[in-house]
Design a protein around this ligand. Structure first.
Ligand code: ADP
Length: 263
């Protein structure tokens, strides 16, 4: 089923969660980015268009400046994002360049999705970049967003960006193989749910535990993202980002994940 969906999908959005982009010490995981670049290159060579949505700016900020990790004040959080965003993009740029892929940064806020003129501009920029073979990397513009006007988490940002671009498939790379009936970090007998046809129904039937220490949204926002894109006929897959070649494995019908199948 996953194989069919990949074959039919020409426009793919891949969202990288904070716990996937960082190593256990909080630094940027360059091996992960390298493997991601290799997979994006393979998808592009198959004729697919790819957009990335990447988290991790705040953690990258902490590991760059070496302080403020426990500061909860919004101005410090935003300062960390401003520091870390550069660091993050620097890693993406260096590594993707080795695969002959140029990258571009797009920072968005909730208001950008609410204005027709802005969505048109974003769409035009995305199409231009992709037509010219450049890989867009989207993140929330944390510096200008106070809590009240934030999209809040990149699962929902990725879903909105997928809808805006009319993407065919959204892949959320997390630190977990997919959605389980209960939190697998605290339950050995948790079972992976492989296919979801009704996200509303799923929400009622599983128990959602704590998110990971670096994570922001947890499982609830992944289900929210699925509801957004499924409405547009777009499927969503949750899979484990750190598993080598996970996207290519999924595209060949191998590899574990949870598929939220659009009707
Ligand atoms: P990301 O940074 O990729 O967005 P999060 O940390 O926000 O990841 O969410 C993934 C985490 O959600 C997992 O590490 C897992 O511990 C936790 N979790 C809680 N309940 C569940 C569940 N029912 N199925 C899968 N993961 C769950």
């Amino acid at each position: 089923m996953m194989k069919d969906i990949f074959e039919k999908s020409n426009k793919i959005v891949i969202k990288i969660g904070s716990s996937t982009i960082t190593s256990s010490d909080g630094s940027i995981d360059r091996n992960f980015i390298d493997n991601l670049a290799k997979q994006v290159k393979a998808l592009v060579e198959q004729g697919k268009r790819v957009v990335l949505v990447s988290s991790g700016a705040r953690i990258a900020g902490v590991s760059t400046i070496g302080k403020w990790s426990r500061k909860e004040d919004i101005n410090y959080k935003q300062a960390l994002c401003a520091i870390g965003q550069v660091e993050l993009m620097d890693s993406y740029r260096k590594i993707f360049n080795e695969y002959d892929i140029h990258i571009a940064q797009i920072l968005l806020t909730r208001e950008d999705f609410e204005s027709e003129a802005r969505t048109l501009n974003i769409r035009n920029t995305l199409f231009t970049l992709l037509d010219e073979g450049v890989l867009p990397i989207i993140n929330e513009n944390d510096t200008v967003c106070v809590e009240e006007i934030k999209i809040g988490d990149n699962d929902v940002l990725a879903a909105k960006a997928t809808a805006l671009w009319s993407g065919d498939l959204l892949i959320l790379l997390s630190d977990i193989e997919g959605i389980y009936d209960k939190n697998p970090m605290s339950n050995d007998d948790a079972k992976l749910i492989e296919v979801v046809n009704n996200p509303e129904e799923l929400e009622k039937n599983i128990s959602i535990g704590e998110k990971s220490s670096f994570g922001t949204g947890g499982i609830a926002t992944k289900i929210k993202a699925a509801k957004i894109v499924n409405k547009y006929g777009t499927s969503l897959i949750v899979a484990k980002g750190k598993e080598e070649d996970i996207i290519l494995k999924l595209s060949e019908g191998k590899g574990k994940g949870t598929l939220f199948q659009a009707k």
